[in-house]
Design a protein around this ligand. Structure first.
Ligand SMILES: Cc1ncc(COP(=O)(O)O)c(C=O)c1O
Length: 1015
């Protein structure tokens, strides 16, 4: 006879009162208390009451002694835990024996009566659930140091034995009910039981059901736990499973309720992910055990109300759990404990963040480079949303076109996590939470024309290709599994593609990064939506599209964010697309007018507010990324991580001046000198190109004792007064005071506009004659030239490339006249020309002084002058040279790093290769656009000389301006230069790639076509 069907003791109340008094001195019987197999009698007084238990004779004595020992242990380990302490009898026994008057013997015991209302009747607030979780956590923590022979029991209520439910299934006749049990039992047999056997085990209470748990008078906290009759040694996680099975029975959001309990339990008694992973199924199996036991006993013990007490709610809950995807449940419970939501999800997310820059664009050109609008799916009153909800595709299309036109947008996006009014159908009813709809979008939508191709940013395996034909479905949907490095696996889901896409892809097919996946489906193809891509990251590996939710419950957004992280990086969108900071552009323009010099200029007709730089991209405040083809300062790319690191590291160490010794300055002088030919070995570090050139003037004067300067027409050498004086580009244009008497302009050696009768091979010599004429003029004035200064490739003058031998001749003439020769490499130095480190080297000469700036510090204010020991000696005339910031250790470390990276990454070779490619494409464009009079370039220093007439070579200033502004509208930044601003000027970073070169050329081509059409 088993304990279950062994008749319980039958002691009368009078007898119980007598026994209680005799053995324990208990008085004031208050009544009976429910028990499944024992008899319980409640004795007063209030607050110090006790329960007399008459133990079922079939109960093994070991089991009873085990319970007594267990409660005592808990009280010792955690005295504040409210468990019913076992009282000793008058003779000092915990378990006296009585005779029941019919010859039967029973162990009896008295335990403290714990005050409190049953948890079953309490409102299950988050606070109460958390209090319950922590109570159990403390209990189980206390039990970690407890063991007892009686704990090793064979009980159907042991969840490790829940598989026995299969044998009881026959007692369930209703097919749906049976299917539910069979489903969970099968899962238990195949997935849970083998893993349960490997988990931590300890003694647990094992029956914290809602009638065994007591709640404080205010309903906020757990007041006690009673009935240790099912305690045993089993897997620790079963404690939580049993308790949760009852605690969440009437919850609208059972997993939410369980999460409150679990999180609190975990804080007291940390669980392991493997344990938490089984919890959902174990909760279900506790209910399955309960309903199958009830069903089996029903015919036999139909009148035992205790057995049926939780049956109906148990069935209701089982029905709800059956609809929940166990994988999602696991994720929610893992999240409650602070574990990663799915194994590998954290690694996948971390990999994606770390490698976002290495991903190929998903669109023909980078998504963030487009002019994008946010589709107002969050606004239920918007015509587009109304049309979408009504599935009126034509109205949707019209609303969309109107929007695009109004905002001048090329693409639309629907952000991740957006709360949407369009999800109205039955399919959006939550399976997790009663009476709640799924409203939050878990993908990234990109709206564009049907037929637009999409490309995978990463190599991957086609895990699934399906066509969902039903309305509001995905249409063609593709799942790609990526494993970018061993141990990092995740998937990407591409929904609403054309049916054509499915014809070209098959399961298992490998796609390489950048390879085409398919095209956007039309409304007929894509479930009846406006054409768009639904791109969703799945932070785990799966071949099954079906269970991946595209829309989720608001309250689980934190879980969705980890399971299905926003695909922004993956798609190449910038975070600024979604969060705009700071003042709007027009406010800044107004403030600039009020607070800053009015002669600061602003680029483009529609000014841009840039908020971030990254490589070749500048990101504006609306998140649009502009391809920067103009800024030669960010030589290695904007915010180069190694430069940023050096700045941070060195700044945190020391920043002082040159009056102290430091390694950085001498190291840098040595390394910089090594890049230069001849005697150019003595360096001076300053902060700007102007300072370098100003210092150069002082040196030239010190060396020669003269002041007269020969400069190239339209040159620019800096903004300080002495340099404006030697910059025709400034003194001859608006606001300039004209040429000072000590400055002499040599003709600009512009071979494109050279006199037609000059033989091309004589251009160098012919232009240099102008230098000779200036020297002669100086001589006639009774003086000698101090120096000749030339940008190695005049830039402000319009990207002018000297003809061969020009500098050779010019230098000879100047040196013969006693002057020194200066190469201004502020714009063109540091390998930009590709073939050489210094642009002057292309002319085969060695200057006496080289000045450098702009790219030297990749954006950090650093500049330098390098000269010969001879000139340095002449400059050393007794006056100290001191520059507060020049040569500080931080700047020198940055300069060193820039040199190292140029060399290490072979950036000169890149400049040459990409420059050659660009030149070829520009020459091709020149064939198609009359306006391109001349194409000039070397490495990544390039110019297009625009003319209104190829014969007269008249400057096409307006056209150039139009091209630059059109390119800006298309997301590409270029500029104009030259005295007449007719030269389109490009100086992209040295890391410019072929893909970016193509984008530049495509945009230029379009801009030329549009501007030509308008002209
Ligand atoms: C050729 C040349 N030299 C010197 C300078 C002055 O440099 P900075 O603006 O750093 O003073 C410039 C600046 O545009 C320049 O282009």
């Amino acid at each position: 006879m088993s304990i279950i069907n062994h008749p319980g003791p039958e002691i009368s109340e009078a007898m119980a009162a007598e026994i209680a008094e005799r053995h324990f001195g208990l008085k004031g019987l208050k009544g009976r208390l429910a028990s499944e197999r024992d008899q319980n009698f409640h004795f007063g007084p209030q607050g110090q009451g006790a329960v007399l238990k008459i133990v079922n004779a079939a109960e093994p004595e070991d089991a009873i002694r085990f319970q007594v020992a267990m409660i005592r242990h808990v009280k010792e380990a955690d005295p504040d835990l409210a468990v019913p302490l076992v009282r000793l009898s008058k003779s000092g026994e915990a378990l006296p024996v009585i005779e029941d008057g019919k010859g039967g013997h029973h162990l009896i015991r008295a335990v403290d009566y714990l005050e409190g209302a049953p948890f079953a009747e309490a409102a299950k607030t988050p606070e109460l659930l958390a209090s319950f979780g922590s109570f159990l956590g403390r209990l189980d923590r206390a039990l970690q140091s407890f063991g007892h022979v009686g704990a090793h029991r064979d009980l159907d209520w042991d969840l490790r034995k829940a598989g026995r439910s299969r044998a009881r299934l026959a007692a369930i006749h209703e097919p749906e009910a049976r299917e539910i049990c069979d489903y969970f039992i099968t899962r238990f047999e195949t997935e849970i039981e083998p893993r349960l056997a490997k988990l931590r085990a300890s003694v647990i209470h094992n029956d914290a059901n809602d009638w065994n748990v007591l709640v404080s008078a205010d309903g906020q906290a757990i007041a006690g736990l009673i009935d240790f009759g099912d305690a045993l040694h089993t897997a620790l996680i079963c404690e939580m499973a049993v308790a949760a099975a009852y605690a969440v029975l009437d919850a609208e959001d059972p997993l939410g309720a369980l999460s409150f309990m679990l999180a609190a339990y975990h804080r007291e008694m940390p669980l392991q992910p493997d344990e938490v992973d089984l919890l959902f199924d174990l909760v279900a199996m506790r209910l399955v055990t309960s309903v199958t036991i009830s069903a089996e006993r029903a015919p036999r013990i139909a009148d035992n109300p205790y057995l049926n007490i939780s049956e109906r709610p148990a069935w209701d809950m089982l029905r709800r759990l059956r609809r929940i995807d166990p994988f999602i449940a696991k994720a929610i419970l893992r999240q409650a404990c602070g574990f990663e939501v799915a194994p590998g999800a954290a690694k996948a997310a971390e990999w994606l963040t770390r490698n976002r820059k290495s991903l190929s664009p998903i669109w023909g050109r980078p998504l963030s480079n487009h002019c994008i609008l946010q589709v107002p799916f969050g606004d239920a009153s918007h015509p587009l949303v109304k049309a979408a909800a009504a599935m009126d595709v034509a109205a949707c299309e019209t609303a969309w076109q109107t929007l695009c036109k109004a905002e001048n947008a090329e693409l639309g996006i629907g952000p991740w996590g957006e709360k949407r009014a369009v999800y109205a159908g039955e399919m959006f009813q939550s399976k997790l939470i009663d009476k709640v709809r799924r409203t939050r979008h878990l993908g990234l939508d990109i709206f564009a024309d049907a037929g637009t191709p999409v490309f995978t940013p990463l190599a991957g395996r086609v895990a699934s290709v399906e066509i969902e034909k039903e309305p509001l479905g995905y249409g063609c949907v593709v799942l790609i599994e990526h494993e970018p490095e061993p141990g990092v696996t995740f998937s990407s889901l591409w929904g609403h593609l054309s049916h054509e896409t499915a014809k070209h892809l098959k399961n298992g097919q490998m796609l390489s990064a950048g390879e085409k996946i398919g095209t956007l489906g039309s409304s007929q193809d894509n479930g009846g939506w406006l054409p768009h891509l639904h791109l969703q990251l799945v932070a785990y590996s799966t071949d099954d599209i079906g269970p991946i939710p595209g829309v989720g419950e608001e309250s689980y957004l934190d879980v969705w964010a980890k399971l299905y992280p926003p695909a922004y990086d993956f798609a190449g969108l910038t975070p600024e697309t979604f969060h705009r900071d700071g003042r709007p552009g027009d406010e800044i323009v107004a403030l600039r007018r009020k607070t800053l010099l009015p002669n600061l200029s602003i680029s483009f007709r529609k000014p841009l507010k840039m908020v971030r730089g990254e490589g070749v991209w500048l990101i504006a405040d609306d998140g649009r990324a502009y391809l920067d083809c103009f800024n030669n300062v960010a030589h290695l790319g904007h915010t180069h991580p190694e430069i940023v690191e050096v700045i941070a590291r060195e700044s945190s160490r020391l920043n002082t001046n040159t009056r102290y010794l430091h390694d950085n300055m001498v190291d840098y002088a040595e390394k910089l000198g090594a890049t230069l030919p001849g005697d150019l070995k003595v360096a001076s570090f300053v902060c700007t190109g102007s300072e370098a050139n100003d210092l150069m003037l002082r040196m030239a004067r010190a060396k020669t004792g003269e002041k007269d300067m020969v400069v190239v027409d339209w040159a620019y050498h800096g903004h300080v007064a002495e340099l404006i004086d030697i910059s025709p580009y400034k003194y001859k244009r608006a606001g300039g005071a004209g040429r000072p008497s000590h400055v002499w302009e040599a003709q600009l050696p512009d071979t494109y506009r050279a006199p037609a009768d000059w033989p091309i091979e004589e251009h160098g010599k012919r232009f240099a004659e102008s230098v000779a004429r200036q020297v002669e003029a100086i001589r006639k004035a009774g003086r000698k030239p101090a120096a000749f200064i030339a940008e190695s490739i005049p830039s402000c003058a319009g990207q002018i490339f000297f003809p061969p031998h020009y500098l050779e001749e010019a230098y000879r003439i100047i040196r013969e006249a006693g002057g020194i020769c200066v190469a201004d490499e502020v714009q063109v130095g540091f390998g930009r020309v590709g073939t050489h480190m210094w642009a002057f080297e292309t002319q085969g000469i060695v200057p006496d002084v080289v000045t450098m700036g702009k790219p030297i510090g990749n954006g950090h204010p650093l500049a330098a002058l390098v000269t010969t020991p001879d000139i340095a000696k002449a400059f050393n005339n007794g006056m100290e040279y001191f520059n507060t910031f020049g040569g500080n250790p931080v700047s020198c470390a940055i300069g060193l790093k820039v040199l190292e990276i140029i060399e290490r990454d072979r950036l000169r070779d890149n400049a040459k290769a990409i420059g050659d490619y660009l030149m070829a494409r520009f020459r091709d464009m020149q064939k198609r656009y009359e306006v391109i009079g001349d194409v000039r370039g070397m490495g990544l220093f390039l110019g297009l000389d625009l003319v209104t007439d190829r014969t007269t070579k008249a400057y096409a200033t307006d056209f150039a301006n139009r091209v630059v502004n059109l390119a800006r509208e298309e997301g590409v930044l270029i500029g104009t230069d030259g005295p007449y601003d007719n030269v389109v000027k490009m100086r992209p970073a040295m890391i410019f790639t072929r893909r970016e070169a193509d984008l530049l050329c495509d945009v230029l081509d379009q801009a030329f076509a549009r501007a030509s059409a308008e002209a």
